[in-house]
Design a protein around this ligand. Structure first.
Ligand SMILES: C[S@@+](CC[C@H](N)C(=O)[O-])C[C@H]1O[C@@H](n2cnc3c(N)ncnc32)[C@H](O)[C@@H]1O
Length: 305
C-alpha cells in the first residue's frame, strides 16, 4: 500500500489514455517505454499485455523504486541513447511499439538536492543520472561566456542571455558558483521583477537540457527506434519543449532532423516512419487543470513503413 502511494506522488502520467490507445497494443507483442519514471505509462501497457513483454529504460536510479513485480517487465537502468544495444541484449528487437515521455519527472523536480528546481536552495547538479557527465555546476563554472549565452538563447529562448552569461562569468571570477540559490542571486538583478520566476525557470531549463544532452540523446533514440520497430509498429513521443517537438515532427515526416523530404524515383518519401497525423495531440483543459506539467505537452505518433 505504501509503495503505491509513493508511486502516485512520484509522477502523474501525462496523456495516459490517449498514448496507450495510440500504441495500439497487441497483448502478445514487445513494447518499450524508454522513460519509465514513476511507471504510470508502463503499468498501463502491462495491463494490456497477456504473453507480451515490456522493456523500460530510465537513467535515474530513483526510478528503480517504482519497478512493478511482473515477469513480463524488465527495467534497463541506462540512458535510452543505448536503446538498440540493450534491446539486442534482451532479445527484444524488433519491437511492436515504443513510447517516450520526455524530460524530467515531478519527483526529480520535487527532490531539493537534485538541483532541478528554482524552489529550493541546493547543489547545482541537474543530472538525471547523478553519476554520469557534467553537472550544472561544472558547466556554469567552466563554459565560456559565449557557450553559456548559446545555451540560454537556444534552450531557454531568453532575450537577456548575453547579460545572464556575462553576469555568471563575472560572479564566478570572484567565487565558484555552487548552489541554485547563488545562481538565482546572480541572475535576479538582470530579470524584470514581475517575470523573475518564469525567466529563472527558463534559465534552469536551459541548463538542464545542456547537462543531460537532451536534444542529442533524443536524436539518437529516434534514429534507433525507427530501426528496431517492426513494420507497422508505432512510436509515440510526448515532448515538453518546442525544440524537442520540432526534432520529433521533422524526423517523423522526413527521416531527418531538418525536415527535408526526399523521394525515390516513384515519388515515395524516403523516410523509415510515417506520421499518423500532421498535428500534435495536446492535453485537454481538464488534464491541464489537474496536472500543470501537462500544460506544455505535445504528443506525436508515427508508424514504421
Ligand atoms: C516525464 S518522466 C516519465 C514519466 C513516466 N511516463 C510515468 O508515467 O511516470 C521522464 C523520465 O525519463 C527519464 N529519462 C529522461 N531522459 C532519459 C534518457 N535519455 N535515458 C533514460 N531515461 C531518461 C527521466 O529520468 C524520468 O524519470
Amino acid at each position: 500500500m505504501k509503495r503505491n502511494n509513493c508511486k502516485l506522488m512520484y509522477h502523474n502520467p501525462v496523456l495516459l489514455n490517449r498514448s496507450i490507445e495510440l500504441l495500439n497494443i497487441d497483448p502478445n507483442g514487445v513494447y518499450i517505454d524508454v522513460t519509465f519514471g514513476g511507471g504510470g505509462h508502463s503499468r498501463a501497457i502491462l495491463e494490456k499485455l497477456r504473453n507480451g513483454r515490456l522493456i523500460a529504460f530510465d537513467q535515474d536510479p530513483d526510478a528503480l523504486n517504482n519497478v512493478p513485480e511482473d515477469e513480463k517487465f524488465t527495467l534497463v537502468p541506462h540512458n535510452f541513447r543505448y536503446l538498440k544495444n540493450f534491446l539486442r541484449l534482451h532479445n527484444a528487437a524488433p519491437a511492436d511499439g515504443i513510447l517516450a515521455d520526455l524530460g524530467v519527472s515531478s519527483h526529480q523536480f520535487d527532490v531539493p538536492d537534485r538541483g532541478f528546481s528554482t524552489r529550493f536552495d541546493a547543489q547545482l547538479d541537474m543530472r538525471m543520472n547523478p553519476s554520469a557527465g557534467n553537472s550544472a555546476e561544472d558547466i556554469l563554472n567552466t563554459y565560456s561566456a559565449e557557450e553559456l549565452q548559446n545555451i540560454f538563447t537556444l534552450y531557454g529562448e531568453l532575450r537577456s542571455s548575453y547579460s545572464i552569461s556575462h553576469a555568471i562569468v563575472e560572479a564566478r571570477a570572484k567565487k565558484p558558483i555552487r548552489t541554485t540559490g547563488e545562481l538565482i542571486d546572480i541572475i535576479k538583478p538582470i530579470l524584470p521583477e514581475r517575470k523573475i520566476n518564469k525567466l529563472s525557470a527558463m534559465v534552469f531549463q536551459a541548463l538542464r537540457i545542456e547537462v543531460n544532452e537532451e536534444l542529442e540523446v533524443l536524436k539518437e533514440m529516434l534514429q534507433q527506434a525507427a530501426e528496431v520497430l517492426k513494420p507497422g509498429g508505432r512510436l509515440v513521443v510526448i515532448s515538453y519543449h518546442s525544440l524537442e517537438d520540432r526534432l520529433v515532427k521533422n524526423f517523423f515526416r522526413a527521416g531527418n532532423f531538418e525536415g527535408k523530404i526526399e523521394k525515390d524515383f516513384y515519388g515515395n518519401v524516403l523516410s523509415p516512419l510515417k506520421p499518423l497525423s500532421g498535428k500534435a495531440i495536446v492535453p485537454d483543459e481538464n488534464e491541464i487543470a489537474e496536472n500543470s506539467r501537462a500544460r506544455s505537452a505535445k504528443m506525436r505518433t508515427a508508424e514504421k513503413r
